[in-house]
Design a binder for this molecule. Structure first.
Ligand code: 6PG
Length: 252
């Protein structure tokens, strides 16, 4: 059984705070039920504020970090010191707090010269960590996967027109993205759709047209990668700021 919900916040700061509260609630629920919380982080710029709030605000001191395992939904094919690295963004925000045990952080080794090797390594790490009780539909069942959305409707590093959109077996792939003349290491749709909860964090006026397209104008299509995020037995939660939601009808 799956469900979908939308929450619109006045601005990016309120969105970050609201998302942090949701995450803490989901983390405490998972730890109470299974003794552990598995969270896959999104990259890009939008989640930076959220990670900062989780790391610094007193309200999140009770976040069960010692029981939380952090993974990365995708990574650019660059070393962790590179400005484009999602790991660098996370380590300079969320991990800067020192609250998350280093052993609980599962980084993608994107510094490897061969992006395919980095993808295979991470696929093996997921297979080792998510033993059968923690699998659903032959895939790892994350408690929460955080995702963003590009203005072109991509999510994680599953871009329109790329081969990675059609992957049905592997959990992690190196997806060639011609416009970047590079590959990205990314979770595939089978993994995204096996999650208990997928949180889509979307902020800013530059996303308003695509949100209107995927939630209104082209609602029942799967033309855009973000529309293929459909948890098989889970919840899809859109967390939006007013600027991104500007074109959505109030009745939606
Ligand atoms: C990445 C992300 C990607 C991101 C979108 C939105 O590595 O870039 O995983 O999917 O979420 O591109 O990016 P912004 O938040 O920067 O708009």
């Amino acid at each position: 059984m799956s469900s979908e919900s939308r929450h619109i916040y006045p601005d990016a700061d309120a969105l970050a705070k609201g998302a942090a509260l949701d995450l803490m609630r989901l983390a405490q629920r998972s730890v109470a039920e299974n003794g552990i919380f598995t969270l896959a982080l999104a990259g890009g710029s939008t989640p930076r504020k959220l990670y900062g709030v989780l790391a610094s605000e007193p309200a999140f001191r009770d976040f069960p970090w010692s029981k939380t395992h952090l993974f990365f939904g995708d990574e650019r094919h660059v070393p962790p010191s590179h400005i484009d690295s999602n790991y660098l963004m996370v380590s300079s925000t969320l991990l800067a707090s020192g609250l998350v045990p280093a052993a609980n952080v599962h980084r993608i080794r994107a510094e490897l010269p061969d992006a395919n090797q980095a993808a295979v390594d991470y696929d093996v790490e997921l297979h080792t960590f998510f033993t059968s009780p923690q699998r659903f539909n032959h895939c790892p069942r994350f408690d929460v996967i955080l995702l963003g959305m590009g203005a072109d409707g991509h999510t994680a590093s599953l871009f329109p027109g790329t081969k990675g959109l059609e992957e049905t077996e592997r959990w992690v792939i190196a997806n060639r993205v011609e416009k970047f003349k590079s590959s990205r290491i990314t979770f595939t749709f089978p993994v995204l759709n096996a999650a208990r909860t997928v949180c889509l964090l979307v902020a800013g006026a530059d996303k308003a047209d695509m949100l209107y397209e995927v939630l209104v104008a082209n609602r029942n299509s799967t033309a855009y990668p973000i529309q293929r995020v459909q948890p098989l037995d889970g919840t899809k939660v859109w967390l939006l700021d007013r600027a991104a939601a500007a074109r959505l009808p109030k009745s939606l």
